[in-house]
Design a binder for this molecule. Structure first.
Ligand SMILES: Nc1ncnc2c1ncn2[C@@H]1O[C@H](COP(=O)(O)OP(=O)(O)OP(=O)(O)O)[C@@H](O)[C@H]1O
Length: 501
């Protein structure tokens, strides 16, 4: 991605006069307007007078920590993007700064190229949040003394980000929460670790983090750490020079180089061999990589997002995963919920997956027999959304009508009995029409609509009572006989015929 810097106002805080001058000159040469302070007290004075785009602060200052300044800026809900400079090897400070809201950190001795690109990235992120408008404070020539707009508003995701977030289907609190976390954390450089069972959408979330960030015009490189042969892993990650190993007939880039200016998604990070974990840690600490067989190191400008379905904390305990790497990767933690934790999202997910699958295969979207939904609701689906997607794909392939029936799923053993009541949604009502119709819509078939509502309520009660009919009946103010009758009439599949399973 081209790094054309947009002029910005920068405050540099460092107690070493030579370094201060070096940073100032470097940034002035980029066209930024720079002021400098030797300590926190003077930095506060500058901040009281005007708003900056970026604040670069050393961690250790004569009258306090750069982290304190960072926290003050955060507490005051100011818009400045902060970059903290930490001593080499002080991983804790860097992680703490990112957790406290720093946009990025640099390690001493500061590489000037990295300084320039960190500032450019910070300015771009700020401009994205401000809707791309270069306002008054962005113009060099300080002081401005004015506000740069409403800093407390939520950063708005760029349009690719909005689309990416829309792809994460669901209305349950856990999904709403993860989407708003993605928007919040996207703008910084802090590493993100996504934990969740297989098929819960970890890659979707990783992509949304990238698409919502100012790096979205850069590449998103996804790597499955468990799928690379151990002897090739270093070359795959860091690149290799010609002749570095048998078969390396030309220089080649690694994932880190390919993701330059963008995001590197390390999927199944729990499967990374220990030797490679040490090398990855070094790259994160030093922000530089050296290709296999290469002499020179090169700076990397990559945001890391990792994911695993494994219990990473447990792997740390058993010595299979380095604690220091875990700490580095887990600056921001996100958790994708299992499908069983958000059963109410199932109709919406089925709907969205059917639309997507049919669009991909050029099919018309079929209607869905309500028995299908009841059947799906009663299944455990340990493979989560991916399993649901596979089931629907198979049903689409097997079905030869306009309506998907449980029989199309090819697993007749545990299918509910065909109810005697007409329970099919008319194709004109659209698939899922009855279950998703809002109460203010007039349903095309009142009985079907009411049955579907009743089915949803019964299923919810049954699930909450672990499919114990007696308990679920009590919750609903019914007796057991009434409950059994309704279960049978609505064709709800139960895990067992026993009343008190
Ligand atoms: N919330 C969701 N909304 C829509 N589709 C989803 C959602 N979650 C997952 N999917 C779909 O399910 C499939 C699996 O998702 P994804 O690959 O992101 O899961 P994962 O957690 O990374 O799985 P694994 O751990 O096995 O790699 C994809 O086709 C994805 O589009």
């Amino acid at each position: 991605m081209p790094n054309a810097p947009s002029p910005a106002s920068v405050l540099v805080v460092d107690d070493e006069p030579d370094l201060r001058t070096l940073y100032e000159l470097t940034l002035l040469r980029e066209g930024h307007a720079v002021v400098a302070a030797p300590d926190i007290t003077q930095a506060r004075e500058w901040l009281a007078q005007q708003r900056f785009d970026v604040v670069i602060s050393d961690m250790r200052l004569p009258d306090g920590l750069g982290l304190d300044l960072l926290r003050e800026i955060g507490d005051a809900q100011r818009s400045e993007k902060c970059i903290v400079i930490t001593a080499y090897g002080s991983a804790e400070n860097a992680v703490e700064s990112l957790k406290a809201g720093a946009f990025d950190y640099l390690t001493k001795p500061v590489d000037l190229k990295q300084l320039r690109s960190a500032v450019t990235a910070a300015v771009r992120s700020l401009r994205d949040q401000q809707g791309g408008a270069l306002n008054g404070a962005a113009t060099p020539g300080l002081p401005q003394g004015g506000a740069t707009g409403d800093v407390s508003r939520k950063p708005e995701a760029p349009s690719s980000g909005t689309q990416s977030l829309r792809r994460i289907v669901g209305n349950s609190p856990s999904i709403t929460q993860i989407k708003s976390r993605i928007e919040k954390v996207a703008s910084s450089m802090a590493p993100v670790l996504i934990l969740g069972e297989s098929g819960t959408g970890k890659e979707l979330v990783a992509r949304a983090v990238h698409d919502c960030s100012h790096r979205n015009a850069g590449p998103f490189v996804a790597v499955n750490c468990g799928a690379i042969p151990e002897n090739l892993i270093e070359a795959e990650f860091f690149g290799a020079r010609k002749g570095a190993y048998t078969g390396a007939t030309a220089d080649r880039e690694g994932y880190f180089q390919a993701a330059r200016g963008g995001t590197l998604f390390l999927d199944e990070i729990g499967d990374l061999p220990l030797a490679m974990q040490a090398k990855l840690l070094r790259v994160i600490q030093e922000r530089r990589v050296r290709a296999l067989g290469g002499v020179q190191e090169e700076a990397v400008d990559v945001r890391l997002v990792s994911a695993t379905h494994r219990d990473l904390g447990g792997l740390v305990q058993s010595g299979q995963f380095r604690q220091d790497l875990f700490y580095r990767l887990n600056v921001i933690g996100l958790r994708t919920p299992a499908l069983r934790e958000r059963r109410d999202d199932l109709p919406m997910l089925v709907n969205a997956l059917l639309v997507r699958l049919c669009a991909e295969s050029g099919q018309n979207v079929p209607s869905l027999s309500p028995r299908v939904l009841a059947w799906l609701q009663s299944r455990e689906l340990p493979g989560n959304v991916r399993e649901l997607e596979n089931l629907l794909q198979r049903a689409l392939a097997l079905s030869n009508g306009d309506t998907l029936e449980p029989e199309d799923f090819g697993e007749s053993d545990d299918l509910p009995e065909q109810p005697t009541q007409p329970d099919e949604l008319s194709p004109t009502s659209g698939h899922m029409g009855a279950s998703t119709a809002s109460p203010t819509d007039i349903p095309p078939d009142l009985q079907t609509y009411l049955d579907e509502q009743e089915r949803q309520v019964l299923l919810k009660a049954l699930r909450e009572c672990d499919f114990n009919r007696t308990a679920a009946a009590a919750r609903l103010g019914l007796n057991l006989r009434q409950m059994r009758y309704r279960i049978q009439r609505l064709g709800i599949a139960m895990p067992s015929d026993d009343d008190d399973t």
